[in-house]
Design a protein around this ligand. Structure first.
Ligand code: GTP
Ligand code: MG
Length: 191
């Protein structure tokens, strides 16, 4: 972990978005510093590089109160990490709205989605099954997606889901890279 990646490692852009207060900045600095920072609603975006296995992730954390600016960060995104507060069922409609809006944007065509169901340490959080049902995630056919229950106030090694989130991201960006390479090859040979 940490930001000291070697130059040979591929760098992947991760877009960390979600409604305000879901825990994005907490999660980002938990990954970067292995500690809980006192986060206030972000009024700009934070960018940090995190190393995991053979990958370097450049993570863009864009505040939930800055939804109108999310679009300016879409270009060249390798994976979307959408953070939700899994204890807040009244937010589900807004989350569905934001996801649908995002999926309509051509810049994000085929970009995989990691939905991070945060705050699992709180009482009665939604688990994957409920989230998949409520957000109708099974209707997503044109990109890989995965729901990861998580507790961002716990370190990667404490088993709160952050490690599994990193594993998913590294697997999925590798998969996407291979698929993109294959597509390029097919395009070249069909010319
Ligand atoms: N109990 C609990 N609290 C959390 C967790 N993750 C974040 N929080 C708290 O949730 C609050 C909001 O966290 P932030 O990281 O500021 O949320 P954000 O998504 O960056 O919010 P914006 O910048 O406004 O978009 C803070 O008080 C965090 O301490 C978690 O896993 N469990
Ligand atoms: Mg924030």
């Amino acid at each position: 972990m940490g930001g000291s990646g070697s130059k040979e490692m591929a760098c992947h852009k991760i877009l960390l978005i979600g409604l305000s207060g879901s825990g994005k900045t907490t999660l980002l600095y938990q990954l970067k510093l292995q500690q809980v920072v006192i986060a206030v609603p972000s009024i700009a975006f934070n960018v940090e590089k995190i190393q995991h296995a053979d990958c370097i992730f450049e993570i863009f954390d864009v505040g939930g109160n800055l939804k109108s600016t999310w679009i300016h960060h879409y270009e060249a995104t390798d994976a979307i990490a959408f953070v939700m507060d899994a204890t807040n069922r009244t937010n589900l409609k807004d989350i569905k709205f934001e996801l649908d809006l995002m999926f309509k944007d051509k810049t994000l065509d085929g970009v995989p989605l990691l939905l991070i169901a945060n705050k699992q340490d709180q009482s009665n959080p939604m688990k994957s099954e409920e989230i998949i049902r409520e957000l109708q995630l099974n209707d997503i056919k044109d990109r890989d997606w995965h729901v990861q229950p998580c507790t961002a106030i716990q370190t990667v090694s404490e088993g709160g889901g952050l490690h599994d989130a990193l594993v998913y991201l590294s697997d999925i960006v590798e998969k996407k890279k291979k698929a993109d390479k294959k597509k390029k090859k097919v395009k070249k040979t069909s010319k």
